[in-house]
Ligand binder design. Sequence first.
Ligand code: HEM
Length: 558
Amino acid sequence: MPSLPPTVSFDSLKVVAGLAFATHLLVQLAEPMVTHFLAAYLSVLFTYILFQSFSAGFPLSSSILGALLLATTYNVVIFSSIGVYRLFLHRACKFPGPASLALSKWAFVPSDAVGQRPQKTDELHKQYGDIVRVGPREISINDPTALPAIMGFSAPTIKGPWYYVAHTDNHPRSCSLHTCIDPALRKLRRKIWDPAFSIRALQEYENQIRTTTNETMDQLAARSEKNETIPVDQWAMYFAFDIMGQLGFSKGFGLVQLGTLSKPIHLLEEAMQAFMTLGCVSWLAPLTRLLPNPIKSFEDYCQEAVDERKMNGGKHADIMSYLLAEDKETGVKHTPEEIKADSGLIIVAGSDTSSSSLSMAIYLLLQHPECLRKAREEVDSIFEGQEVNDFEALKKCVYLTACLNEAMRLFPPVASGLQREIPSNSSPVVASLRNGEKVIIPPGMVVTFPTYSVHRDPRNFSPAPEKFRPERWVNPEKEIAFNKNAFLAFGHGPTSCIGKNLAWMEMRCFLASFIKRFDGKLDDSFDDAAFQAGIKDTFTMTRTKPLMVKLVERPASS
Ligand code: HEM
C-alpha cells in the first residue's frame, strides 16, 4: 500500500471525507454561489499549504502533495455523494431518462455545441416517452395538455435557471424583461412594456416597416439586375435588425444599406451559442461573469443608442419612448441598467426570430412551387396594381399567413423550449396529461416543453407532421389532428411573446412584397442537406449555411 505524504494521516483523510459529505448536505440546503464556494475551497487549500510549510516545518513539496491528496479525497467523496443522490434518491428519480442527464446537464453539451438540442430531446422523447428526465432536477414534457399547469396565467412557476445565465450581475433590477425571474417585478415591467405594443403604437410603427421593406426590396432588385446570387436569409436579417433598431430606439443599424452585418451584431450572433451551452450549467454563471464579456461591443452599442435617444428624443414613434416612461398607476420606472438590458432584448428578441421565420418561409416556398403559386396569387389579387403597404389588407392574406405559421411550426425560431421552475417553497404542481392521467411535479423541479417535438408530433398536427402543408392552417377543422394549443412558436401564458403582433406586421409585409416583386429559384449549387444541417439552435435559430437564391424581378412589379 503506498505510503501517505508526511503531512497527511488516515484520520485527516476521514475528516476531509466527512467534510465533503457535509458540504453536499449544505449545498442541498443553502445553494451557495459557486464563486463563494471556490473562494472558500482555494483559501482552505492555500492556508493548509502555508501552515504545513511555515508553521509545521514540512518541505513545500510535501505540503503541496498532501494538499492535493486531501483535495482529491474531498472531490471524489463529494462527487460520488452527489452522483448517488441524483441517481437513486432525488425526487426526480421517478421520471425516466438517461443516467448521464440525471447525473448532469453537462451531458447536453455535445449536442448544444452543434446546435442540436431540439433533435437530441426529440430522440429522448421517442425513447423514453412523453416525460423525460433531462437534468438532475429537470424534466421535459412533450404534452401540451400540461402547459396551463406549468406556463399558464395562474401557474405558480417562475422562469428557470437558464434565464439566470444572461444576467450581468446579481442585482435583481439590472436584467432584461426576458430574463427577469421575480414574478411580481415581471408583472410591473410588462405593464410598462405593454403600451409599446398596443394597437395605437403598432399603427405608429407602420411607416417605418413600409420604408425598411421597400429599401430592402430595392437593394435585392439592384443585386438581381446584376444577376448576383443573393443570400436571402442574410437580407431578412438586415431587414429585421434595421427595423428593430429604428422601432427600438430610433437608430437603425444601416445594415440594409451596408448589405452586411455590423461588428456588434456579428459578435452577438456568435455569442448566442455560448449562452445556450452555459445554460446547462447556470450555477457556473457567476464565475464566467468574471471573464471578459464576449458581447461588450454589442452592449456598448445599445448603451450609446439609449444615451443618444435620451439626449435627442425619438425621430419617430419607438418602443423606447414607452420603456423610459413610468407606470402611471404604480409610479414604477425602469432602472438605467434595465433600460440597457431591454434595449439589447429588443434587438435579440425582435430580429433573430422574425428573420428566421422569414428565411424558413422563403426556403420552404421555393422548395414547394405549388404553395408559392397559391401565396402569390393571393397577394396579387389583394394588392392588384398597388404596392404592398396596407397592413389591414395584409391580414386578409390567409394563405400567406398559413405559410409563415407552417414555417414556424416546422422550424420554430426558439426551438428547444422554454424552461420554468417550481419554486422550492411552493406546493407540488399537478399537471393533466392528454391520456387523462395526472403527473405530480415536486417543488424545486424545472420543466421544459420541447417546442420542436411538440410541433412535429402527429398527435398534434396530422397528416404529414414533418411536411410543409400550409393548408392545415387554412381549414384546420378538416385535419386529422390540429391542436392550436400545441403551437408554441410565440411561447405560452403571461411570459409569451409581447412582440407577436409587431412580428406579424413585419413578416407579412416583407414576404408579401418579396413574392409579389420577385421570382426566385434556389441557386444550382444550393445544397439542401447542408443547409438543413447548418440550422443550429442557439436559443434562437442560427443558420450557418446561407440560403443562396437567384432572383428575377417579375414583369408585373417593374
Ligand atoms: C417571429 C417572430 C417572433 C417569435 C417567433 C418570437 C418568439 C418569442 C418567444 C417564444 C418568447 C418567449 C420566450 C421565453 O419564454 O423565454 C418571446 C418573448 C419575447 N419576445 Fe418575441 N418573438 C418574435 C418576435 C418578437 C418581436 C418583433 C419583438 C419586439 C421587440 C419581440 C419581443 C419579445 C420580448 C420582449 C419577449 C420577452 C417577454 C417576457 O419575457 O415577458 N418578439 N418571443
